[in-house]
Design a protein around this ligand. Sequence first.
Ligand SMILES: Nc1ncnc2c1ncn2[C@@H]1O[C@H](COP(=O)(O)OP(=O)(O)OP(=O)(O)O)[C@@H](O)[C@H]1O
Length: 566
Amino acid sequence: MAALAQRLASSCPSAAPERAAPRPAASLVAVRRHVVPLQQRQTRQGNNATRRTICQASSEAPTVAVLSKEGEVLAALARIIDPDFGMNIVDCGFIKDLEIDGEQGRVSFRMELTTPACPIKDDFEKAAQEYVSALPWVKSLSLKMDARPPAPLLPDDSRPSGLRSVTHVIAVSSCKGGVGKSTTSVNLAYTLAQMGAKVGIFDADIYGPSLPTMISPQIRVLQMDPETKAITPVEYEGVKAVSFGFAGQGSAIMRGPMVSGLIQQLLTTSEWGELDYLVVDFPPGTGDIQLTLCQSVAFSAAVIVTTPQKLAFIDVAKGIRMFAKLMVPCVAVVENMSYFDADGKRHFPFGEGSGERIVREFGLPNLVRFPIVPELSAGGDSGRPVVVTDPAGPTAQAFLELGAAVVREVSKLRRAPQNAVRYDKELGVLVVRLPNGEQDFLLDPATVRRNDQSASSINEWTGERTLRDADIPDTLQPVGIQPVGNYAVQISWEDGFSQIAAYELLDSLPRLDAQDALARQAQRLAEMAGGVGDGNGGQEGSSSSAQQILRNAQQAPSAAGPALQT
Ligand SMILES: Nc1ncnc2c1ncn2[C@@H]1O[C@H](COP(=O)(O)OP(=O)(O)OP(=O)(O)O)[C@@H](O)[C@H]1O
């Protein structure tokens, strides 16, 4: 596990708190109240042999904190940093029920993560054991690792009854058939279960359900309660599963609306019980069935499966746009059947670069490549997923990477900024605050639109830009802005175009400085008044938020980014 943690260097998905977590009874804030000047500390130390000191870093005279035993334990635990959030685990609110018997040297507490599937929970546990046990007065430590899923985003009564105790629903989708979406869904579900989560899998393919051939539950028929009409999922290796293929009728010959209704019924009336993750294997495509699915259930995130060919790229882009419109963030792209190793060499039979292009264009946070491996196929055909039959093998390791990415991103999404980008109408600028940025900066809307990276603006095959600057009026305004996960925003423009703008792209565009913004505002005011600008930049007319930005910008004007298209 430690090796895994090292491999996933920046990953503690599950450990992410859903918001600035409430602090434990005595957190570091309380501890810091004990900071006292060195002189006083020496007196206190003399008076109280059980107290210990730590130095507090400061640019002025050094100060010293005198800690109670509780403070010492918390300070020791605060050395453990959640790598994703750059916050220590005490401030994350993971430490609960801390009890200390100072005389006996006994310490006990729970470490409560937000998902049992945290891929580095063992490392957290080990580090906590080590740091707390290293305190000289500690003779015994009782540490319980625990997980409590965050409260659902939607209230209970707005969620289908069968899904009320499901914390996260994850879509696995592809726009093309046969790219390995079902193989990915099933192995991802079992990987999450192996990581310690309670998992279910829903096969939403009514026309060609594949789950019945991919897993081997003892009871192969779904049971329905005659009174409540609730469906009991089948179960295999601890994972609950529902598929039309377990309804005893094989695949269906039905028209679209019937199919949508049936999928919705199967998904929402199944008694899933308490689950950390429900993996939904979407039917291929971006039609009505997929839309109905997204509208009937609040999906936390989507994983897109593709193959390396360029055509697959075009289809996948369609899928990402569909999910973005439905406000479901795509958190990972799987480039399946990417390569195989033979004769000491790596071969890429379908070419390279499709997955990378998806990541680049949409700013998706994770690209996972799966090789062509006969065991994956054989596992699917035999009803025993390869991650179950060979959990330590290389394929299972690759799935672990995907599982960790999903857990991490889903946890992070709970903290995604809601107003990272907004439009200041008076100034006619986009005001941007990147997730890790400290200060707002300003962008020209037309510049953002002109730098669209999608297939509508760049030739799929040659990579040449087809959108000309002159196509976009300087005065183009956005009419709606929505965050897409924690990596992009979707901007709806007044010309009807919907752009997914990755934060990475926004970060790279040339920024407007205070003078630019004032000049623009003066221009706008002049246009509105039908006259000439007043020459003072029209600052008086700005909204208070805009003025604040201008003040910030004047105090610390941002450096312009690299000259892209302006
Ligand atoms: N990485 C891989 N290596 C070898 N075989 C694979 C790999 N991924 C998938 N396959 C095989 O390719 C075939 C298609 O995979 P799968 O059924 O998962 O695709 P799909 O996208 O779900 O298809 P459909 O849309 O028709 O349901 C299966 O026989 C599967 O075992």
